[in-house]
Write a protein that binds this ligand. Structure first.
Ligand code: SF4
Length: 356
């Protein structure tokens, strides 16, 4: 009762949803003034509706949540376990983390994931670059420097997640990519002229033709709502330090541009996603053909998958072997490297610096 009296102080703005409690925040997406309780309810309900409308999960499925310890994946783990209980989705949820071997960054963020395992009661599987490839990112950076490190890391992570998911025998991997990330990726793919990826990067489910599909329940969720509002008010335990090898200036520039647009017009993020969705690829555009890597059996449109090419370069002391168009080992295949038919640029976001 006391709280109610407080909430109705003269001059205090009331929540536009319940019209009872004092508004505690302005929703970045809609600019509505809302109280915490109503915000939690609408935030969770919107994600529930996205899950239902897009048929992201089926009853009884095993789902791995890509968990980095960062805010997006922590909120995803929390919200999915809540919704799973509340709406009886019947899902078996797991946390799946990739240890890239980055001292002072990933080792610390994995401690957060280990706490999340206990807090949410979700079994955790960690797969490491060292075990899978014989190299840590610390060792790779020592050899190649800070120029192409994210290329190695992104390619290795994509496979590592698939391999971890296969070990867990899950039906799908859910990742914490949010609306800001997707808008940013649309923009980057336009700037790079990468029409093949542009057509896929807005899909809420990707990789249905690959080993294990991935889905993005936060496709329409604004980063600000996840981070400065939900995670903050709920006092969730997440890790927020940037990767020490993060040099991704180009992506960072696109990110800042989107944030500037959002400040002027909050809907800009959703409109960019909509523009990406509405692009149609000309039938004359050549798309990569799916096959399997001759060496490791992973999905690839080349003789060897990109991870095997990069790894061969590292092991032979020729780290530039698989960078850009310098595809020595695949030179008998097509010149342009489109490793597999899956969204690549957005996957690189699965580090704490770009957040995952
Ligand atoms: Fe890997 Fe991300 Fe760090 Fe780049 S910024 S090295 S992709 S963890």
């Amino acid at each position: 009762m006391e709280a109610d009296t407080k909430s109705k102080k003269p001059g205090a703005r009331l929540c536009c949803a319940c019209n009872q409690r004092r508004a505690a925040l302005k929703r970045p997406k809609t600019l509505e003034q809302i109280c915490r309780e109503c915000f939690y309810a609408v935030f969770e309900e919107e994600i529930h509706q996205v899950i239902l409308e897009n048929k992201l999960f089926k009853h009884g499925e095993r789902i791995a949540i890509g968990a980095s310890g960062g805010k997006d994946s922590t909120v995803l783990a929390y919200v999915l376990s809540e919704l799973n209980r509340r709406h009886n989705y019947g899902l078996d949820l797991f946390l799946l983390s990739v240890d890239e071997g980055i001292t002072g960054y990933r080792d610390d963020s994995l401690e957060t994931v280990k706490r999340n395992e206990l807090q949410y009661g979700l079994p955790l599987k960690i797969v490491s670059y060292k075990d899978l490839y014989g190299w840590t990112m610390d060792e790779i950076v020592k050899m190649i420097g800070l120029k192409n490190n994210c290329t190695f890391c992104g390619v290795f992570r994509r496979q590592a997640l698939d391999r971890g998911a296969a070990l867990l025998k899950v039906d799908k991997v859910a990742t914490g990519h949010n609306a800001d990330d997707i808008a940013e990726t649309v923009l980057l793919n336009i700037l790079r002229g990468d029409i093949a990826r542009l057509s896929r990067c807005t899909s809420i489910i990707t990789g249905e033709d690959g080993p294990i599909p991935r889905c993005k329940p936060f496709k329409y969720t604004y980063e600000k709502e996840i981070f400065s509002t939900y995670a903050y008010f709920k006092k969730l335990d997440y890790f927020s330090t940037e990767c020490i090898y993060s040099p991704n200036a180009y992506r960072g520039f696109a990110r800042e541009f989107i944030k500037d647009l959002e400040r002027i017009r909050p809907r800009a993020i959703l409109d960019i996603i909509k523009s990406g969705e509405d692009f149609r690829i000309a039938t004359s555009t050549k798309m990569p053909e799916q096959g399997t890597c001759e060496r490791c059996g992973y999905i690839s449109s080349q003789k060897w998958c990109k991870a095997c090419v990069l790894l061969e370069g590292l092991n032979r002391g020729l780290p530039k072997l698989g960078i850009g168009r310098n595809q020595g080992l695949n030179s008998d295949a097509k010149k342009d490297v489109k490793e597999d038919g899956r969204t690549k640029s957005i996957e690189s976001k699965q580090c704490g610096s770009l957040e995952f």
